[in-house]
Design a protein around this ligand. Structure first.
Ligand code: GUN
Length: 284
């Protein structure tokens, strides 16, 4: 039977609609949710991502203010801007698009963002809260993966979940969230032995390695749910994921496509975090 092609756009639209209702409720109380977006340099992929985030804000009813710093800007200029936004009570969320130019220290910049405004959930304080199971922001892409599974009716509890890629952005926090949802998690990486065998045991297989063609049909268990977090360019320059979609779809019960899958969820979950930040200010 053909695998379900999970429609990330439809799910992201649903979440943005919920966020829009919450934004309207906040506005009725005199609070206009606001996200500050900072882009340093002129990386074309980052420009696209930042524009998508600003467009989503507009659709949801969140005010966005954007700042673009020159590729050669001093790190101190960025830190100064973050500080100003930290102190601005009309700004509820601050997002510094990554990666930063090489001469800047990403950790230093992330730590400079007030944890209350860290809508990416990158600050060590928020990562610590997540690790300890405390209430707080959820990291956007990993939370998007969980929402996809829940909203398509795929149970997580008790399932074997293999995640390929141990980045701070996706793999590591997703392992935490999946564990919180009672999955049995195997976090795979470049040194994992017998990767295909480990993946074949997974009821839920998530690839976040950033390597086109990495996940082939022989790595997929019959009936598994395959979530592709990869964002790569193929030889023709077209956007593609880590998963060979057609091969995976022959074995899996459901697969997320790229584009049209997890990528749109990241932005939708960011909107949720902005609303959360604004609500916190108003004591809601
Ligand atoms: N670069 C790639 N993904 C992200 C993200 O989710 N947030 C930020 N700030 N930068 C990114």
């Amino acid at each position: 039977m053909a695998a379900e092609r999970i429609d990330g756009k439809a799910i992201a639209d649903e979440i943005k609609k919920e966020a829009a209702a919450e934004a309207a409720a906040l506005k009725a109380q005199g609070i206009e949710p606001c996200l500050a977006v900072i882009l340093v340099g002129n990386d074309s992929a980052s420009q696209v991502y930042v524009n998508n985030k600003k467009k989503a804000c507009e659709a949801v009813g969140i005010r966005s203010v954007s700042y673009t710093l020159d590729e050669n800007a001093e790190e101190s200029e960025l830190l100064q801007l973050v500080d100003t936004l930290n102190l601005d009570s009309s700004v509820h969320g601050i997002l510094v698009q990554l990666p930063l130019p090489e001469h800047m220290d990403e950790t230093k910049v992330i730590v400079a963002i007030s944890p209350e405004k860290d809508v990416d959930c990158f600050h060590p304080m928020n990562v610590g809260r997540l690790t300890s199971g405390l209430d707080g922001f959820l990291p956007c892409t990993p939370a998007g993966v969980i929402e996809i599974l829940k909203r398509t009716g795929h149970d997580i509890a008790g399932k074997n979940c293999a995640i390929i890629g141990r980045s701070n952005l996706v793999g590591k926090p997703l392992a935490l969230l999946m564990t919180r949802e009672n999955a049995t998690v195997t976090l795979c990486h470049s040194k994992t032995q017998n990767l295909a065998e480990v993946c074949r045991r997974a009821d839920i297989l998530v690839s976040a390695a950033g390597k086109a063609g990495l996940v082939t049909g022989d790595m997929v268990k019959d009936g598994a749910v395959v979530i592709d977090v990869g964002m790569n360019r193929n030889a023709e320059g077209k956007l593609c994921g880590d998963v060979v979609y057609d091969e995976a779809a022959e074995k899996a019960s459901a697969v997320t496509p790229v584009p049209g899958g997890v990528g749109l969820m990241t932005v939708a979950m960011l909107m949720k975090n902005c609303i959360r930040a604004a609500k916190k200010v108003s004591g809601m």
